[in-house]
Design a protein. Structure first.
Length: 422
């Protein structure tokens, strides 16, 4: 059983040991005292899907692959969706997630050919991506979202008004490379980038070059046990940056029978693109339908706040999460009458604000942060606002997903006297 603080947030040594094990990275030998020794470089292994259908595993956990029957391309589950699995609360579920980069029409809908241009062999391309692209499944790059969404997963006993807690247990790269995409009319500088004349007549999957979109291929390698992405900087030089995998899209099915595009996030979660949701973090989602109907997609190797190009470093991940049902009124729920997603890391509580207008998204985040400090920390509203202004960073999550996001970093350590007393 997890040990809990007075707020009910997990602080369990076994849990954090699991997160360390769950990284599943290839660790090299310790660097010797001899400073002249070159760093040891390990390759990231290709992880093809484990099974071709959802199932319960021998260890009691569950597995969800990306197949033609378990995923939706560009749309989210809704009120009409049927679960691909039903699991009890507190279940571990592993998803073999697919990045759609290399799969969509402006890349030719042929991942073998697309990645082959960058020197990737067919054996290093994921079989599930090849299968989906070779199928007759319809996808329209103009009207549909790009994301491969797996699910939904039903949680036994979940009802509207409850909250689903999603704990990030492990995130393992499935391939040693990723893509950053900059597409016309998208990103923080539409009309300025990409720096070309834009789509030409006849642009389609047979002629992807006519779209005029720009894709940067980024190899990823493990050096002395840590992952790094590399980009060229001219004159044969490289820039290396550390990799911190996370899932861009996680949510519960919205209460609608309409088709829901996978791009804009909303009160049910979805394409939050919150880079802090790495191993050891948690996401809280207000449930709208019986069963909760959890879904996942849009894996990332790394992202900067803002995600200004349009995409971050998109790449496929094998992701394990723990799904825990919090019934209405449970003290572990971050705020009463919760209507928006809320995140947590070992260091921070993270209210989230979403709106098509960035100023409005910020205001929503501030209001939620005040409500959280009032309910959980006993602050009056004016004092809470003063604390937030003096000590809390409000950061832009992303500005490229139609609905913009802002999140706060409320430092847990500042409240030790209160939480320890509870």
């Amino acid at each position: 059983m997890h040990k809990k603080t007075g707020l009910g947030f997990v602080r369990n040594r076994n849990f954090y040991a699991m997160t360390l094990i769950g990284t599943l990275l290839s660790c090299s030998s310790a660097v010797a005292a001899d400073q002249s020794k070159q760093p040891e470089t390990d390759s990231i292994k290709i992880l093809q899907r484990m099974y071709d259908r959802p199932r319960k595993l021998e260890n009691g956990s569950y597995y969800a692959p990306a197949t033609l029957t378990t995923m939706q391309w560009g749309f989210l589950p809704n009120k009409n969706s049927k679960p691909i699995l039903t699991v009890p609360s507190n279940s571990l579920v592993t998803f073999d997630n697919l990045s759609s980069e290399g799969m969509v029409e402006d890349q030719g809908r042929d991942p073998v050919k697309f990645f082959g241009k960058f020197g990737v062999n067919k054996a290093e391309v994921l079989e599930d991506a090849i299968e989906i692209c070779a199928s007759n499944i319809e996808h329209n790059i103009v009207t549909d979202g790009p994301h491969i969404i797996i699910g939904p997963i039903a949680i036994e006993g979940a009802q509207p008004g409850d909250v689903l807690k999603v704990e990030m247990i492990s995130m393992q790269p499935r391939v040693p490379y990723g893509i950053v995409g900059n597409r016309h009319g998208k990103g923080a500088l539409p009309g300025e980038y990409p720096q070309n004349d834009g789509p030409k007549p006849g642009a389609n999957k047979e002629h992807p070059e006519l779209f005029g979109n720009v894709f940067t291929f980024i190899p990823v390698k493990t050096i002395d046990g840590k992952m790094y992405g590399t980009v060229k900087a001219g004159a044969g030089k490289e820039v290396q940056f550390p990799i911190s995998p996370f899932m861009g899209t996680m949510g519960v099915a919205p209460d609608t029978t309409n088709k829901v595009n996978s791009i804009p996030p909303s009160s049910f979660g979805g394409n939050l693109d919150l880079k802090d949701l790495t191993i050891g973090s948690s996401l809280y989602l207000p449930i709208q339908l019986d069963g909760g109907m959890f879904f996942m997609g849009d894996p990332h190797f790394n992202q900067g706040d803002g995600e200004v190009a349009l995409t971050a470093l998109e790449a496929s991940l094998r992701t394990t999460v723990r799904l825990t049902l919090l019934k209405a009124g449970d003290p572990n729920i971050p705020i009463k009458d919760m209507k928006e997603p809320f995140a947590e890391t070992p260091e921070y509580w993270m209210p989230i604000g979403l709106d098509a207008n960035l100023d409005s998204a910020l205001k929503k985040t501030v209001r939620t942060a005040i409500k959280f400090l009032s309910e959980k920390m006993g602050m009056d509203n004016a004092t809470a606002l003063s604390y937030l202004s003096a000590a809390t960073d409000f950061e832009i999550t992303q500005v490229v997903d139609e609905t913009k996001g802002v999140h706060a970093h409320i430092r847990k350590k500042d409240f030790d006297q209160i939480t320890k007393a509870k």
